[in-house]
Design a protein around this ligand. Structure first.
Ligand SMILES: Nc1ncnc2c1ncn2[C@@H]1O[C@H](COP(=O)(O)OP(=O)(O)O)[C@@H](O)[C@H]1O
Ligand SMILES: [Mg+2]
Length: 595
C-alpha cells in the first residue's frame, strides 16, 4: 500500500471536493435508511388495521378503518417516492464530485508522466520498449484512477452504510442481526478471489490484444514489403493464429465471469431466508414485529452490493498498487544527461574534442576511441568513413544525447557538461541521419525548430529556407503547397524530399553550429551541389560539421577527418589527403571511377 502514498499529494490538492463528496455519501446513505423504516411501519399498520377491521365485523366503523388504511398507504407510497428522489440527487452529487476528482488526478498524473518522458534521455528510450512507455501513461494511469475514484468512493460508502445499517439493526435485535450478517463476509471473500481470477484472466486477454495490435501495426507499416514479397498468405495465417489465441483466452475469461453473478445472487438469498426463519421465531416470541422482518430484508438488500463491491474494490486496489509501483519507479528515474548550469549562454561555435572515447551503455559497443579535433567558428569540418565507423556517434556526443566516457568535449572552451543544456541544443541545428517528419503540414515541419508563433507564421522565411534546401520547387508542385500534410494520412514524400525538408528545418533555425549527418545521401549529386552552393553563404559565420560518405560533398571543407572503426585514421584538407595517397585517396579514386 505504501506505493499509493505517492498519490496523497494529489488527493490533498483536491481535498475540498473530496470532503464534499464524503458529505454527499453520508447524506445519500442517511436517506437510504428511511424507506426500510417506512416499509416496517406500513406493514405493521396494515396488520393492525386488518385485525381491528376483522374485530369490528358488521359495524359501520369498518368503512372508516378501511378508508384510513388506504389513505395512510398512499402517504407511505408518496414518502417512499420522495425519499428515493432525494437519495437520487445525493447519489448523483456523490459520484459527480468523487469521480470528477479521479479524472482531475488522472489528468495531473498523465501530465507529470509526460513531462518526465520529455526530460529522459535517449538511452532511456533505447532500454524501454515503446509499448511499456505507452502503457505507463495509458493503462497504468487508468488503473490508478480506479483507485482514486471508484475504490475510494465505494469504500467510504461501505463504511458509512455499515455504520448506519448495523447500528439500526442491532438496536432492533442484536441476535437476529448476527445471523443475517454471517453470510456476508463469506460473499466478500469469495468475490475477492473470483475477481482476482477475473483480473488475471483479463490481463491475459489484454496482452493478447496488444500482440494483435502490434502485429497489425507492423503489417500495415510494412505492407509494401509484404506485397512485393508475396507474403500476404503468411501474414493472414499469423494473424489468424493470434486471433484464435485471443478468442481462447477471452472464452476462458467469460467462463470465470459467469461465476460471478450466481455467487452475488446466492448468498444474499441465504441471508434473506435466515431473516424470515429466525425473524419468524422472534415474532412468535414477541421481541420484534412483522414489519421488522420486512425492514431487515431491505437492509440485507442494501448491504449486498456494497459488500460485494468490497471484494471487487480490494482487487482494484491491488492492481492500482502494481501500476503505481511501476509509475513511481519510473518517476524516480533521473535523466543521465543533466543540465548542470542554469545560466543560458550565447554560443559562438568553437568546437573541440579532446581524447574522446565512448562505449554505448546499452550494447557495450566501443564506438569511439581517442578522438581529437577542433574547429574554429565559421569553419567547416567534414567527417568521412564507412558505415558503422562512428560518425553519427560523434554528432550524438556533441548534442549531448550521450555523455562521453573518457576525454572532454569543449564548446567555446567550456566543457559541454557545464554548459546550459538548452542553450547548447537551441544553438545547434542538427539534421540527423534518420529524417523524422511530424504528421503535420510541410510548413510547420520546416518551422519546427523556431521559437514562438510569430516566427512560425512567417511564411516568407519558411520559403527562403526551402529554397536554400532546394525543395521549394517540389513543394509548390503539390496541390496544397506548403500546407500539404505529410506523414500518416498525408502524402508520402520521397527519401530525398524528406531529407531536404529536414535540411530546411535546420537552416531556418539559424543556429551557430550546423550539423549535417549524412543527410543528403538520398539526394542526387546535382541537387546536392546546388544545396551546398546555397549553404556557402549561410555557413560563412557558422561552424559547420558535414558527415558524408561522398567525397564530392566534403571536398571543399576546411578540414577533413577520416575515421575507421572509431578511430581517426587520416586528417587534413582535401588536397593534403589526396597527396597522402592512402585510404582517402583510394576512396576518392573509387568514387570518381563509379561516377
Ligand atoms: N544507439 C546505439 N546503441 C548501441 N550501439 C550503437 C548505437 N548507435 C550506434 N551504435 C554502434 O556504434 C557504432 C558506430 O555507429 P555510428 O556512429 O552510427 O556509425 P556511422 O554513423 O559512422 O555509420 C556501430 O558499431 C553501431 O552499431
Ligand atoms: Mg551515421
Amino acid at each position: 500500500m505504501k506505493e499509493l502514498k505517492a498519490l496523497n499529494k494529489y488527493l490533498i490538492k483536491y481535498k475540498g471536493r473530496l470532503i464534499l463528496g464524503v458529505f454527499f455519501i453520508i447524506c445519500a446513505n442517511w436517506f437510504n435508511l428511511y424507506p426500510a423504516k417506512i416499509f416496517r411501519t406500513a406493514i405493521d399498520t396494515v396488520i393492525e388495521s386488518l385485525n381491528t377491521y376483522n374485530m369490528v365485523e358488521g359495524s359501520f366503523i369498518q368503512k372508516d378503518i378501511y378508508d384510513e388504511l388506504v389513505m395512510s398507504l398512499l402517504l407511505f407510497g408518496a414518502a417512499l417516492i420522495g425519499l428515493a428522489l432525494i437519495k437520487g440527487v445525493f447519489t448523483f452529487f456523490m459520484r459527480y464530485t468523487i469521480i470528477m476528482v479521479s479524472r482531475f488526478i488522472e489528468f495531473d498524473l498523465k501530465n507529470d508522466i509526460y513531462n518526465k518522458y520529455q526530460q529522459l534521455d535517449t538511452s532511456f528510450y533505447k532500454m524501454n520498449k515503446t509499448g511499456d512507455i505507452m502503457n505507463r501513461i495509458g493503462d497504468d494511469v487508468s488503473k490508478v484512477r480506479m483507485y482514486v475514484g471508484p475504490s475510494i468512493m465505494y469504500l467510504i460508502n461501505l463504511i458509512v452504510l455499515f455504520a448506519f445499517v448495523i447500528t439500526t439493526m442491532v438496536n432492533i435485535n442484536p441476535e437476529l442481526s448476527l445471523y443475517i450478517l454471517l453470510p456476508l463476509p463469506v460473499m466478500s471473500v469469495t468475490i475477492y478471489y473470483v475477481s482476482r481470477l477475473i483480473n488475471v484472466k483479463s490481463e491475459r486477454v489484454q496482452n493478447q490484444l496488444s500482440r494483435i495490435f502490434s502485429l497489425s501495426q507492423e503489417t500495415f507499416a510494412g505492407i509494401r514489403v509484404i506485397k512485393a514479397y508475396n507474403k500476404s498468405e503468411d501474414t493472414i495465417q499469423n494473424f489468424n493464429e493470434e486471433s484464435k489465441q485471443y478468442k481462447d483466452t477471452a472464452m476462458d475469461l467469460v467462463k470465470t465471469e459467469s461465476l460471478f453473478h450466481p455467487i452475488i445472487l446466492f448468498l444474499p438469498v441465504l441471508s434473506t431466508l435466515i431473516t424470515i426463519y429466525v425473524g419468524g421465531l422472534e415474532v412468535i416470541k414477541g421481541t420484534i414485529t412483522y414489519g421488522n422482518i420486512g425492514e431487515f430484508v431491505i437492509y440485507i438488500n442494501l448491504l449486498t452490493w456494497p459488500v460485494a463491491s468490497l471484494g471487487w474494490v480490494t482487487s482494484l486496489i491491488q492492481r492500482a498498487v502494481t501500476s503505481q509501483k511501476r509509475i513511481n519507479e519510473f518517476l524516480k528515474t533521473e535523466p543521465k544527461i543533466q543540465s548542470n548550469n542554469p545560466i543560458p549562454i550565447d554560443i559562438v561555435g568553437n568546437v573541440e574534442f579532446k581524447n574522446v572515447s565512448f562505449t554505448y551503455p546499452e550494447s557495450g559497443i566501443r564506438a569511439l576511441k581517442n578522438i581529437s579535433f577542433s574547429i574554429k567558428p565559421g569553419k567547416t569540418l567534414a567527417i568521412v568513413g564507412k558505415t558503422g565507423s562512428g560518425k553519427s556517434t560523434i554528432i550524438q556526443l556533441l548534442n549531448r544525447m550521450y555523455d562521453c566516457n573518457t576525454g572532454e568535449i569543449f564548446v567555446d572552451n567550456q566543457n559541454i557538461e557545464s554548459i546550459n543544456l538548452n542553450s547548447l541544443r537551441n544553438q545547434t541545428g542538427c539534421v540527423p541521419q534518420e529524417v523524422f517528419l511530424f504528421s503535420d503540414t510541410i510548413s510547420n515541419n520546416i518551422s519546427f525548430g523556431t521559437f514562438g508563433n510569430e516566427e512560425k507564421s512567417n511564411t516568407e522565411k519558411v520559403i527562403w529556407a526551402a529554397k536554400q534546401a532546394a525543395v521549394h520547387e517540389n513543394i509548390i508542385n503539390f496541390e496544397d503547397g506548403y500546407k500539404t500534410k505529410v506523414g500518416e494520412r498525408g502524402i508520402t514524400l520521397s527519401g530525398g524530399q524528406k531529407q531536404r525538408i529536414s535540411v530546411a528545418r535546420a537552416i531556418l533555425k539559424n543556429p551557430n553550429i550546423l550539423i549535417f549527418d549524412d543527410c543528403l545521401s538520398a539526394v542526387d549529386t546535382e541537387t546536392e551541389e546546388e544545396i551546398l552552393g546555397n549553404l556557402k553563404s549561410i555557413m560563412v559565420d557558422k561552424t559547420t560539421i558535414i558527415v558524408s560518405h561522398r567525397i564530392s560533398t566534403i571536398q571543399h571543407a576546411d578540414q577533413i577527418i577520416m575515421i575507421d572503426n572509431g578511430e581517426i585514421i587520416e586528417q587534413g584538407t582535401h588536397k593534403e589527403l589526396i597527396d597522402l595517397n592512402k585510404n582517402y585517396n583510394n576512396l576518392y579514386k573509387k568514387q570518381l571511377f563509379e561516377q
